[in-house]
Write a protein that binds this ligand. Structure first.
Ligand code: TXA
Ligand code: MG
Length: 330
């Protein structure tokens, strides 16, 4: 298939109106989208990704008015949207229009991306855009245009060239379809910020008394965010001591805040190939770099990626969740 790679939002909107599938960047990660009113095109996304068919898609809008036209937006939802949207928040709301994908669900996950170019493109498309993250199911989401091209050129109808993601992890997902509201997926907007609006926000209780696992969000039951390499999440002290011990092994990669003074006395840390070592200074920088680092490590055939635990500071919640999921999957 010939893929149109362009920054022209009109051309890319044309493809959507004709029933096409387009890869596009958001402030969180890349998405792979189709018109929310074209069931066939939405279903193609599942095939491309290898995504389980019961895992619903987020509908991306250019405005709050657009959301109101298809969902019930109660007062608290409106306040959350006014505060955090456009931005990395997804609300799961009761659906008003049953024709929007996925038709069989009574709720719809909605989000307004931050980049005005992406909102302009959605506006041009004339319908919301249903899109999961653009990655193969189970693998980390993509945050670099070069990776999006490598995976999707020749596979989708178009790739919209716009500013690359800078947050690096997927949006915070909040379920507002029942009381109390539920934090379905942590992200860059953290629970202490949400609790100012939702004092009774709860973490989902996924295990029943009989030990049965009932995920409130279908996505929770699937493997996520894991590169091909093994991921080891370590406390800071262990991270540094492991690095001093195994850092020289060329099949290991390292991402964290501190690498100790040297690998051994006569080899300074900075002599390690920078491609398998990423030094970060905050949880935000860590999140922003994480998936790109995972992707590079897989390209290089790394066997183990050692990750230092996040700092006890803002930006920890979403980052820790992704690191835990990536390391659990091994
Ligand atoms: O940042 C993001 O959210 C990115 C960009 C592209 O917008 N999108 C993204 O989509 O991460 P995806 O499909 O990879 O993750 C969406 C999550 C899944 O865990 C899914 O189960 C959940 O949202 N979800 C979607 N619709 C839902 C619904 N109606 N009820 C409960 N959970 C829902
Ligand atoms: Mg995803």
């Amino acid at each position: 298939m010939k893929t149109l790679i362009s920054s022209d939002v009109r051309l890319l909107a044309d493809l959507i109106r004709k029933g096409g599938v387009v890869v596009f960047p958001t402030e969180t990660v890349f998405g792979i989208g189709a018109s929310s009113f074209n069931e066939e095109a939405c279903k193609r996304i599942y095939k491309i990704k290898g995504r389980p068919s019961d895992n619903p898609l987020i509908a991306h809008f250019s405005s709050i008015e657009g959301i109101k036209s298809v969902c019930e937006v109660r007062e608290v939802a409106e306040r959350l949207l006014c505060e955090f949207a456009p931005g990395p928040i997804t609300l799961v709301l009761p659906k008003k229009n049953p024709n929007i994908f996925p038709k069989e669900m009574p709720t719809l996950a909605v989000r307004i991306p931050k980049n005005p170019v992406i909102r302009e493109w959605i506006e041009e498309c004339g319908s919301p855009i249903s899109a999961p993250s653009a990655n193969l199911s189970g693998r980390p989401s993509l945050t670099r245009m070069t990776d999006a091209l490598r995976y999707f050129d020749g596979i989708v109808d178009g790739i919209l060239v716009a500013e690359e993601p800078n947050l690096g992890i997927e949006s915070t997902v909040v379920g507002l379809y029942e009381d109390p509201p539920v934090l379905l997926r942590p992200g860059s907007i953290e629970s202490d910020q949400l609790k100012l609006f939702l004092p009774n926000l709860i973490l989902p209780n996924v295990i029943t008394k009989s030990g049965e696992f009932i995920p409130p969000s279908p996505g929770m039951k699937y493997k996520h965010y894991s590169p091909q390499a093994h991921v080891k999440l370590l406390h800071s002290e262990t991270f540094v001591s492991e690095f001093l011990q195994c850092g020289k092994d060329s099949k290991t990669a390292w991402i964290g805040f501190s690498f100790g003074p040297t690998v051994d006395d006569d080899k300074p840390t900075h002599k390690i190939d920078p491609i398998r070592m990423k030094l970060v200074s905050s949880n935000w920088e860590y999140s922003s770099a994480l998936y790109a680092f995972f992707e590079s490590c897989d390209q290089l055939g790394m066997e183990t990626i050692y990750c230092e635990e996040p700092r006890e500071k803002s930006g920890k919640e979403g980052l820790l969740n992704r690191l835990q999921k990536a390391s659990e999957a091994n």
